[in-house]
Design a binder for this molecule. Sequence first.
Ligand code: PLP
Length: 486
Amino acid sequence: MAAQISPIFSTRTTKSVNDELLVPGFDSQRITKYTTISFSSHLNANLSIKSLETRRRRRKQNYSKLVTECYSDQMKLDTSLGPRVNSVNPSKTVALIDETAALLEAGVPVIRLATGESDFDTPAVIAEAGINAIREGYTRYTSNAGTLELRTAICKKLKEENHISYTPDEIVVSNGAKQSTLQAVLAVCSPGDEVIIPAPFWVSYPELARLADATPVIIPASISENFLLDPKLLESKLTQKSRLLILCSPCNPTGAVYPRKLLEEIARVVAKHPRLLVVSDETYEHIIFSPAVHTSFASLPGMWERTLTVNGFSKAFAMTGWRLGYIAGPKHFVAATGKIQSQSTSGASSISQKAAVAALGMGYAGGEAVSQMVKAFRERRDFLVKAFRELNGVKISEPQGAFYIFLDLSYYYGMEVDDFGLIKDSESLCRYLLQKCQVVLVPGVAFGDDNCIRISYATSLSTLQTAVDRIKKAIVTLKPPPAISL
Ligand SMILES: Cc1ncc(COP(=O)(O)O)c(C=O)c1O
């Protein structure tokens, strides 16, 4: 358009408008561009100089108004957020996290039994593979779904250890099991679909469902049932809208492991619902204490077609910081998760993928290095179960895997301490224990069961011994509130 007007006119007009709009501190470049484009776009050979001058004057007035508004106190930046982020709930443990941070800042030696990661180092053979990848310049993008080398190794592992057959194009490697789970939910759920989540659940599941505009439907499983989903209850909750069931075994936060027979019963219920898919989160698969045995849901008759198996390297291989996970399932669904990934993070770290190939090469279920870690977790589990069984009123379901114990301490709710006040729920109990004995635990409410608290035993036995001593001493000082005489 600018080419249609005479150079003299163009220069004069543009210059005068620009000069008048230069305001210190304002984004002069942006407004110049805007002015020039919008002004010139109205030019054509039929416009008289007079009418152009009139337009110019009007424009000038409008721009002055705009600039005044920009500087006025009345103009407020729109800081509202999208509905998707508003649908996600903030952490239920904010107060506890804040108090812990304050104690740490003040130099108080708190014992943290809240972390969800192994205290062991990444096995040397895995770390070396990562270092070699860097040294050899293996530092470029990989394909979105992950290297063929790693996906082939994952297929071999799933065949040998889990008895499920996949081809590399039925695997998408991601930056962790969490990302794989989110992508699965996004890939298959429509707004309003229901995502069935047995409670106690890993904190992220309901929020991942909300991110997909789906509705989390929580089905409680009680400690007397070892926190395992009752298939009859599941059946009673399924509707036309039920799209996804998320199973987690071994389970965070309970350590429960689903026995094969129970999974078969669940599979029979699932099979009656043509819309229902299953995400089987097997992140803690290798951290399991015999005689418990891990069963992959996709290996059950008729379940391969509708199961998305999620797994990763974070927990068993002590690789949380390497950020590597994967999903395996029918190509139609898995490719859809890959599509989402291709427009967000793309392929996972090339270095981590080399390290993961080394991890899978360590032998069946991680070989000796992983079995040593599992042995240590088992010792700690045994210690905690024994120690807490001595405590009056506590209910325990002995964990069969993962590195958490989920204790029912609701017996102590309603009790009081002089310098703290009333223990009314899992949150106040955890805050009390933090203040009284500087031990950080996670309230069960965060996992959908307010009767319990979660202890992570991904820390040394001696630390656990000190923590348990302190917790027990703090708990026995709790007293029932004085009876109110009427
Ligand atoms: C049950 C469960 N699934 C998935 C994850 C996420 O693991 P990743 O580090 O692979 O994203 C966690 C992490 O705490 C978890 O507990």
